[in-house]
Design a protein around this ligand. Structure first.
Ligand code: SAM
Length: 204
């Protein structure tokens, strides 16, 4: 991983995603998080202040040590104990059925083999466990899709592998979850190419 990925991008990511109008959606998503929680793509820890009081401890994975370095201040300030592992979501070192809840926010866009990561999330959830996700992705408007596809190469370079055109509903629904509920909407104050959000709960 190079200088841009480890030093510049984590700061950029923190700046762009640390906004009150994004935090509002994080809090809504995380309101039902409970039990043993796994967060995939922990980033700079922006979800930490958004977890409800019942969450006392989380396990997190993220392959970028630069992200983890920036997250340290939030980890110290939080009452939540964080067990952080520097590794990718595609190969989770946990037994099947370990977690009650898995979380992903603005991360499925960046995972190389996103199908494999989702299969891993499914595997490590207990029966009845929930996968909570808040992700940007493919817009249903063809004029926006056109620009998402045109800008994809640039986004991947500037945002460290992020794709603009993944259909998050379809990706999650392709795993054998017993139910998948998704709300789709545009994020305020954000270009449509980058701000089409999928907020969902998939139950195992
Ligand atoms: C745009 S950031 C979002 C960070 C955080 N989830 C948030 O909501 O602020 C995307 C994160 O996905 C992480 N990531 C990239 N590839 C990954 C992978 N294969 N497995 C797990 N996380 C990954 C990146 O290191 C980065 O921290």
């Amino acid at each position: 991983m190079g200088f841009y990925s480890q030093v510049i991008f984590p700061r950029l990511c923190d700046l762009l995603l640390n906004r009150p109008f994004v935090a509002k959606h994080r809090k809504q998503l995380l309101a039902t998080a409970c039990g043993d929680v796994l967060e995939v793509g922990f980033g700079t820890g922006l979800n930490l202040p958004c977890y409800p009081a019942q969450v006392k401890r989380i396990t997190t994975v993220d392959p970028n040590t630069g992200m983890h370095r920036l997250a340290q201040r939030r980890v110290r300030q939080s009452k939540i104990e964080v067990d952080h592992r520097v590794l990718s979501g595609e190969r989770l070192p946990f037994e099947g059925g370990t977690f009650d809840c898995a979380i992903s926010t603005f991360t499925l866009c960046s995972i190389g083999d996103v199908g494999q990561a989702l299969s891993e999330v499914y595997r490590v959830l207990r029966p009845g466990g929930k996968f909570l996700f808040l992700e940007h992705g493919l817009s249903p408007e063809s004029s926006v899709q056109k620009w998402q596809r045109r800008l994809n190469w640039l986004e991947m370079r500037l945002a460290d592998g992020c794709h603009l055109d993944r259909n998050m509903r379809e990706l999650v629904a392709a795993r054998p979850f017993s139910s998948v509920e998704v709300q789709e909407f545009y994020l305020e104050r954000t270009p449509k190419t980058h701000g089409y959000l999928y907020r969902g709960i998939a139950s195992k």
